[in-house]
Design a protein around this ligand. Structure first.
Ligand code: TCH
Length: 323
């Protein structure tokens, strides 16, 4: 399971939890403007926007999980098993393999509106990157400072949904996730007013009673509601430190603790949580065992270069002893 969110304080932030029971040796990876982005069925982008995000680099190619470009456009792929349906390559339209979708979008566009227009012609195709990396069943959230869309390649074709909550989790399809929010419209950050009955003397005995009924389990639909409630009600100061802290708390509201979701002999955990300041091009992350925030600044790299810069995750706990 995974959760992604888009958030605006003074600056614009985008990030995600990657929830999984294993790792693909992901690293924070900067792709500079002149790294040649090759695509299997459409022309290469030899010059493009620079990107920063989390990727597995395979055969010199950045397989991005989530990324932001230097214009602030951001995108994340989340598991969508049983629903993702990629198509065979066809003569017409723009055929983009699932593993190419993030670089193809972030390489050339600046806003969600531009992406939405371009997607009218796009087919997500079932081409594998390699035998080792077959297509993963994904759907995507694409965000800029003002709006988000969810993109789903399903049996009926490519669906582009407005995402007014600006959160994405996993199954089911996004239209159902959004409809399900209706069931929680009574939740509130304020103390509840008794509507149950005039005959009963209710006692507001605890803080937080306005949100009784907010799901706390780790299923995808529940995480969507929990992350949505936390994010849309989030209040943070405008400083970088306050905004990042708040963003990690939003993701923390739906993180996975080892032991709560069993998958055979393993447990799903939040491998990393990320928060990219898309205005400044700084990618922050924490890992399951490293609660310290680590950052990589794309503007410290040679963005006019041709080579990838990849920073393996710092996964060891950093403890500040005071005596
Ligand atoms: C599994 C990851 C998503 C995490 C997630 O949503 N888990 C929930 C599981 S579930 O809902 O409960 O089933 C996804 C996100 C990005 C994916 C990776 C990226 O797409 C980059 C490459 C793409 C290649 O085609 C496959 C390997 C891969 C390296 C992908 C492996 C895997 O599918 C990743 C890591």
């Amino acid at each position: 399971m995974c959760t992604a969110a888009n958030y605006v304080a003074e600056d614009h932030y985008f990030g995600r939890n990657l929830d999984l029971e294993y790792s693909y040796h992901e690293a924070v990876t900067v792709t500079p403007r002149n790294f040649p982005f090759e695509f299997r069925n459409v022309p290469a982008q030899n010059t493009h926007h620079a990107l920063i995000g989390m990727a597995t680099v395979a055969d010199g190619y950045p397989l991005y999980y989530d990324a932001t470009n230097e214009k602030g456009l951001s995108m994340a792929g989340l598991n969508f098993p049983g629903n993702a349906d990629y198509k065979p390559v066809s003569e017409d339209g723009t055929n983009i393999a699932s593993f190419e979708f993030i670089p193809w979008v972030l390489g050339q566009f600046e806003t969600v509106a531009e992406v939405r227009d371009a997607l009218a012609d796009v087919r997500i195709v079932d081409t594998a990157f390699s035998a080792e990396f077959p297509p993963s069943p994904l759907h995507w959230i694409i965000s800029d400072r003002t709006q988000s869309i969810s993109v789903e390649s399903v049996a009926e074709g490519l669906k582009v949904h407005d995402n007014p909550i600006q959160v994405l989790t996993n199954n089911p399809t996004f239209d159902i996730q959004l409809f399900n929010i209706n069931n929680y419209m009574n939740l509130s950050i304020d103390p509840p007013e008794p509507h149950f009955s005039k005959e009963i003397d209710f006692d507001v005995y605890s803080r937080g009673l306005g949100a009784v009924g907010l799901p706390g389990d780790l299923s995808s639909m529940s995480r969507f509601v929990k992350a949505a409630f936390t994010k849309v009600n989030s209040v943070s100061g405008q400083s970088e430190s306050e905004a990042i802290s708040q963003f990690f708390h939003i993701l923390g509201s739906v993180e996975q603790q080892r032991g709560c979701v069993r998958l055979g002999d393993k447990y799903e955990i939040t491998i990393y949580s990320s928060c990219c300041n898309t205005d400044k091009g700084v990618y922050y992350y924490r890992t399951y065992e490293n609660s310290q925030i680590t950052g990589v600044d794309m503007h410290k790299e040679d963005l006019d270069g041709t080579g990838l810069a990849s920073y393996p995750l710092v996964t060891e706990q950093q403890i500040l002893m005071k005596n």
